[in-house]
Design a protein around this ligand. Structure first.
Ligand SMILES: NC(=O)N[C@@H](CC(=O)O)C(=O)O
Ligand SMILES: [Zn+2]
Ligand SMILES: [Zn+2]
Length: 347
């Protein structure tokens, strides 16, 4: 196979950040995706309808000329979030709210410390048809970082799913066989996103031969048996798993640091990286469902009408990109050869 045409894909988990850098991040994603779920973990986080509306406008202003990229906005849940905040966010166009356990990841200090306290808010979300997106890791100091997703399933996720059977829940960026199993066994109201890095890599790629800060993200890469479990579910073509890059830019100096930030900037090569993995799995015929159908179907949104054509052509991901603020950033998989390249996008 030398070309592959799929319906235009969407990215169901994305960090665009804010300010000058939007010119880079919006263009990188709009290159191949028509829509993206925009994560609300700014500083300060997007906690109300007014902030959400203003942030969406800044993203729209940063779109390349003539591009019809559509940001899908999300609300950041805190212990102060009320049912009224949900109703107002929904009216302002929010499609989902994001739950980060406090301290779990980048800019999550303001997030939820008492998950159960949010149950009245989940009730309103369920009524309003607003999705719940979950960063599924506990943050207790005594829990080993490699076990945090599994413990979250056992202590929190199982309970939320049982208590709110009609709430649509996306288990974001799953990293373990346990999470894949959990999602498979749950009702059709539970789905998951999977990143390129968790399909391509395992923890050896983070730690063997020296620390590789550009492969560091949260939840952290796991052992290869977990990577294999994620590869297996995408190869199966299950509609419960769909594309969410979790592209999360941090400047080079913040990654190559004594206390390096978590996040991989994958937008530069996102769809190509997935095509690369699906080819390795001998499952290129499953890419379109994963990238262009299952996410839209789960969110209850129409599938895109355009197409994207990839061509089988080797290219090397650049070692560095310069951000609009002049700072260098290292894209995910920098220096690696990818076998597929976007040839043409019609939206
Ligand atoms: N995935 C990451 O490692 N980082 C994300 C936050 C997140 O999705 O947890 C970021 O915003 O930098
Ligand atoms: Zn996260
Ligand atoms: Zn993320």
């Amino acid at each position: 196979m030398t070309t592959l045409t799929i319906q235009t894909p969407d990215d169901w988990h994305l960090h665009l950040r804010d300010g000058d850098i939007l010119a880079e991040t919006v263009a990188a994603t709009a290159r191949c995706f028509h829509r993206a779920i925009v994560m609300p973990n700014l500083m300060p986080p997007v906690t109300n309808a007014e902030m959400l509306t203003a942030y969406r406008q800044r993203i729209l202003n940063a779109r390349p000329q003539g591009n019809s990229f559509e940001p899908l906005m999300t609300l950041f849940l805190t212990n102060q979030t009320s049912g009224a905040d949900i109703v107002a966010a929904k009216a302002a166009g929010a499609v989902a709210a994001k739950m980060y356990p406090a301290g779990a990841t980048t800019n999550s200090a303001a997030a939820v410390s008492q998950l159960e306290a949010l149950y009245p808010v989940f009730e309103v979300m369920q009524e309003q048809g607003m999705l719940l997106l979950v960063h599924g890791e506990v943050t207790d100091h005594h829990i080993d970082i490699f076990d945090r997703e599994k413990v979250f399933i056992d202590q929190k996720m199982t309970q939320i799913v049982a208590r709110f059977p009609d709430l649509k829940i996306v288990f974001e960026h799953i990293t373990t066989a346990d999470a894949a199993q959990f999602v498979l066994a749950a009702s059709n109201n539970v789905a998951a996103t999977i990143t390129p890095q968790h399909l391509l890599l395992n923890r050896n790629d983070l730690l063997v031969g020296g620390v590789r800060p550009h492969n560091f993200c949260l939840p952290v890469l796991k052992r290869s048996t977990h990577q294999a479990a994620l590869r297996k579910v995408v190869k199966s073509g299950s509609s419960k798993f769909f594309l969410g890059t979790d592209s999360a830019p941090h400047a080079k100096e913040a990654k190559e640091n004594a206390c390096g930030c978590a996040g991989c900037y994958s937008a530069w090569s996102a769809i190509e990286l997935y095509a690369h993995v699906f080819e390795e799995l001998d499952a290129l015929d499953k890419l379109e469902g994963f990238a262009s159908h299952f996410g839209a179907d789960f969110y209850g949104l129409p599938r895109n009408s355009g197409t994207l054509t990839l061509v089988r052509e080797d290219w090397v991901i650049p070692a560095e990109i310069t951000l609009p603020n002049g700072k260098p950033i290292v894209p995910f998989f920098a220096g690696e050869t990818v076998h597929w390249k976007v040839q043409e996008a019609s939206k």
